[in-house]
Design a protein around this ligand. Structure first.
Ligand SMILES: NC(=O)c1ccc[n+]([C@@H]2O[C@H](COP(=O)([O-])OP(=O)(O)OC[C@H]3O[C@@H](n4cnc5c(N)ncnc54)[C@H](O)[C@@H]3O)[C@@H](O)[C@H]2O)c1
Length: 277
């Protein structure tokens, strides 16, 4: 999609971090912005900043809430015109060791990281197709949607699904004028760890003191890892470029390279030998 100016972009998790970086890039390209988030203070700050650049509409919405989702979609379109750029980006980190996961945690993590994306697509894709004026969907997954590691079962389950969904949508929508991009960031310098800690259902109560301190140390390690990652504004520019060039994948660095090679090799090695050879 090359005609970004004057289109309306709906960005979930648009008040902070990567979502705000994407909002800044799209605003500079002339798109009108619907910023969707749960963080009211951050929404106000983002609106104050970006209203100088473009038209901005903000709404408090939990992306898990299907009926509120379509109501907010209607409000956005009444105020800014038809949404043709959908950025399903709201997400949380978190989780627990596999043996400590609870149904509450599964519902919370899958609800935001996967159902939130489904709700965005389900709400807007029929409208975009019906209008026939083209569109672009960006789904934020993660490197953790392409390879796995220990302690990440909940997050990987949702993010792998987001990658699969995006690839399938891309195969189907290509011929209908709707582009699809899946953003698979490596580390990005945001406050997702602290924000997740504040929002996540408590699991630590059932942990021993030692497990709690290991979980804390791991959290601190992840925090440091992200601090040294890409800047959200740079990721925003990558997303803008991917929309313009209709690229399916975005990696923000090469940190996924070795794990993807190892996973692909393991998959290929598991295939039966061709009996004709
Ligand atoms: N930061 C990283 O290193 C990194 C790496 C890979 C993938 N990601 C993914 O990028 C996306 C954005 O993460 P970020 O690092 O910018 O985090 P962030 O915490 O800075 O921003 C996420 C935003 O989503 C909002 N949000 C959370 N739950 C919500 C809900 N239920 N409904 C509506 N809004 C909600 C938060 O309030 C916040 O403003 C997430 O999907 C995350 O999984 C981040």
């Amino acid at each position: 999609m090359t005609d970004i100016a004057n289109r309306t972009a709906f960005i979930t998790g648009g008040a902070n971090g990567i979502g705000l970086g994407i909002a800044r890039s799209l605003a500079r390209a002339g798109a009108k912005l619907a910023l969707i988030d749960l963080d009211t203070d951050a929404l106000e700050r983002a609106k104050a900043e970006l209203s100088d650049v473009t038209e901005v509409f903000t709404a408090v919405l939990d992306v898990r809430d299907r009926s509120a989702y379509s109501r907010v979609a209607d409000e956005v379109e009444a105020n800014l015109g038809p949404v043709s750029i959908l950025i399903n980006n709201a997400g949380v980190a978190g989780g627990a060791p596999a043996s400590r996961l609870t149904y509450e945690l599964w519902d919370w993590g899958m609800g935001i990281n996967l159902d939130g994306v489904i709700n965005g697509v389900q709400t807007f894709l029929p409208r975009i197709i019906e209008r026939g004026d083209g569109g672009h969907i960006v789904n934020t997954a993660s490197g953790a949607g392409l390879y796995t590691g220990p302690g990440n079962v909940l997050y990987c389950t949702a993010k792998f699904a987001v990658v699969g969904m995006s690839e399938s949508l891309n195969a189907e929508l290509e011929s209908q004028g709707v582009g699809v991009t899946v953003l698979c960031p490596g580390p990005v310098a945001t406050d997702i760890v602290a924000r997740t800690r504040a929002a996540q259902p408590k699991v630590t109560r059932s942990m021993s003191a030692e497990q709690r301190s290991t979980a804390f140390a791991n959290n601190e390690k992840v925090k440091k890892f992200l601090e040294n990652g890409a800047q959200p504004d740079a990721v925003g520019d990558m997303v803008l470029a991917a929309i313009r060039e209709n690229s399916l994948y975005i990696h923000t660095d090469r940190s996924s390279e070795k794990p993807i090679i190892a996973r692909s090799k393991a998959l290929l090695d598991a295939m039966p030998l061709n009996t004709k050879d």
